[in-house]
Design a protein around this ligand. Structure first.
Ligand SMILES: *Cc1c(COP(=O)(O)O)cnc(C)c1O
Length: 429
């Protein structure tokens, strides 16, 4: 496969951007080789600058449930751009999207739009601290919540330990306020809340972990989080930036029947444009300015292009039985992949919730970050590059989710399964 033009662009990019990229994982550091540069995309396929076509299971890291350049989203964005791309003033589009979000997500009565998932989470934490008058935040090792200072803190394994900054540039007095626990360990949560509950402003969790690969919550885990936070007067924050509108219209909270106090959204609700949102009950949300005194603002917040795309996205999701379709397609793919690994004797753990899935190259049961770290990342590296050579594009890291769209055809899925057999076989030798 020729990647000459990508290679030239990568050299140019490295001169003017750190690592040649605007988001680290795009640099292919954990899989070796050079990143491909994309020229265009349509439906389930992306096309690089050398003209290579790939079946895409990244989907822009989650937003593209209806694939790339869906005609109705393109039309809505085009139409809106002709009427202006940003006003710095209110529009009806914002209300429409807010109404759809409020309708769909059980915990949200009032919602504030921002520009990214990171911004949504940062703002939600500030709100939780402002609302409770407390400083401490609890999170889980291996959960990613964007790059806000409070959350880029390494988790200690086992018992909760006081955080030390894992990333230079984060002030220690902030990092110390972030407590880390192992995902899926309800006992550790109860112990921590028994000791420190009165100081905890919020516990934040990806209700289905998606940033260490996909790890579903154990039965009862989310319920424990709900009980313990409630008892302690702390807020429960679900970071549904990936799961919101992907696993169901109401997100993971609808799926599992556990309602948090604040929900963070992003990715899908922008239909592929930059967006984020956080919402909750009116009593909590009314602490945000201009009603309350917790300040949060944004020049491009509620941007008309993003709102136009988001509105169509949520319409598309409510019009069809897309979740059944996603389930069917994802099941077809994952059972094919699983059969391959069995036939070839490759130790692999498969996890999936609807259209988000992972295959972990380990013989350990995966339930948290500790177990995920047992994966054979060298094997993954060879597998990834094998797939790429077969024109299949998955996330360039063992610890990322795969995403199915509603328009991947059965044919493309079967092609992927065949390619994966070859890539696994090649990775074995
Ligand atoms: C992607 C992601 C974020 C960050 O969103 P950005 O738009 O990349 O800032 C936060 N939380 C979760 C769970 C995510 O997957």
């Amino acid at each position: 496969m020729i990647k000459e033009k990508s290679s030239i662009l990568y050299s140019r990019a490295k001169k003017v951007m750190p690592g040649g990229v605007n988001s680290p994982v795009r640099a292919f550091n954990s899989v070796g080789g050079e990143p491909i540069f994309i020229k265009s995309a349509k439906g389930s396929k992306i096309i690089d600058v050398d003209g290579n076509q790939y079946i895409d299971y990244v989907g822009s890291w989650g937003p593209l449930i209806f694939g790339h350049a869906h005609p109705r989203i393109v039309e809505a964005v085009t139409r809106q751009s002709e009427m202006g791309t940003s006003y710095g003033a209110s529009t009806e589009l914002e209300i429409e999207l807010a109404e759809k979000v409020v309708d769909a997500v059980p915990s949200i009565e009032v919602v504030r739009m921002v520009n990214s998932g990171t911004e949504a989470v940062m703002s939600a934490l500030r709100l939780a601290r402002g609302f409770t008058g407390r400083d401490k935040i609890v999170k889980f090792e291996g959960c990613y919540h964007g790059h806000g200072d409070s959350l880029l803190v390494k988790a200690g394994s086992g018992l909760a330990s006081l955080g030390t900054p894992e990333c230079p540039g984060i002030v220690s007095c902030l990092a110390e306020k972030t407590l880390n626990l192992p995902f899926n360990d309800a006992g550790a949560v109860s112990n921590l809340f028994q000791k420190e509950g009165a100081d905890i402003a919020a516990l934040i969790v990806e209700p289905i972990a998606g940033n260490m690969g996909v790890i579903p919550p154990k039965p009862g885990f989310l319920e424990t989080l709900r009980e313990e936070t409630k008892k302690a007067g702390a807020l429960l924050i679900f970071d549904e930036v990936i799961t919101g509108f992907r696993v169901s219209v109401g997100g993971a909270q609808k799926l599992f029947g556990v309602t948090p106090d604040i929900t963070c959204l992003g990715k899908i609700i922008g239909g592929g444009l930059p967006v984020g949102a956080y919402g909750g009950c009116k009593e909590v949300m009314d602490h945000i300015s201009p009603v309350g005194s917790v300040y949060q603002a944004g020049t491009l917040s509620g941007n008309p292009l993003a709102m136009a795309a988001g509105n169509v996205m949520l319409d598309l999701l409510s019009e069809s039985n897309v979740y059944d379709l996603l389930e069917e397609k994802s099941k077809r793919l994952c059972s094919g992949l699983e059969k391959n690994t069995k036939d070839l004797g490759v130790a692999t753990q498969f996890t999936r919730v609807g259209s988000m899935f992972s295959n972990f190259f380990t013989d350990q049961v995966v339930k948290n970050f500790e177990s995920v770290k047992t994966c054979d990342t060298e094997f993954f590296k060879r597998y990834f590059n094998g797939l790429l050579d077969e024109n299949i594009y998955i996330a360039p890291s063992q610890f990322e989710a795969g995403f199915m769209s509603a328009i991947h055809s059965d044919n493309e899925i079967d092609q992927t399964i065949e390619a994966s057999f070859k890539a696994l076989k090649a990775a074995q030798s």
